[in-house]
Design a protein around this ligand. Sequence first.
Ligand code: DGL
Length: 266
Amino acid sequence: MKIGVFDSGLGGLVITRAFINTLPEYDYVYYGDTKHLPYGEKTSGRILNYTLEAVKFLIAQDCALIIIACNTATSIALRYIQQRFIPSYAPSVKVLGVVIPTVEEALESHTAGVGVIATNATVHSHIYLTELHKIRPELAVCEIAAPQLVPAIEGNDFVEAERLAKEYAARFRQIDSLILGCTHYPLVKEYFRRYLPSNVRVVSQDELMGAKLKDYLCRHAEIETRLEKKGSRRFYVSRLNKHYRQLADMLFPGIDVTECQKETGN
Ligand code: DGL
């Protein structure tokens, strides 16, 4: 059995790279739904349908553990998938998201004010606010949606991405941590670090998810012992063209990406 990683596009390759760097021995299957990107601007119903199709695809690829690396899909679909879908469809499969590990990491250091930057759908779900307040009800939380940032990154326009990061950074006041709540934002984390005051800690998922997965596997022998350790990697996307091929190669040098023929939730 393998570890499956799902994202709405190619940004999740950065998180997959973090998993592989920390835990290279396991077998990984990646699925990026490039055909339906961006999820952040879609309705909850469509995000849920696409995420369900992606999870079914990864289950069909023999994944015993699936990580929804997409913050938007985690925000909208994870609870339904964990509580309603998996128990009847594939009870032995475990599906995890990225929000709770990120919240835990953000609260590791002393903080009185947390900023969250994410897609429209993630911000409107208030999942980060809810999870932060479950642990620290008095915390000041400022959530800002950055709908233009993903298109700039997926379009490989890092000049525009830097301009946007500077603009968004200036909108956060009195925070001491900023959560980058989107798989694509680790690619522009240095811009946020450049334009935020130096006392603000930027919490970037590529820097925390490897250790969080390692910790999870140490605590869950019932999953860990089912995982093969042949070091295999397979990467699928729902749409592949020259641009996506170049972007994938930039994010994961030497990658071999396959377009998966399956229709995903149209
Ligand atoms: N991968 C998504 C996330 O982490 C962002 C891209 C999108 O809008 O699909 O929220």
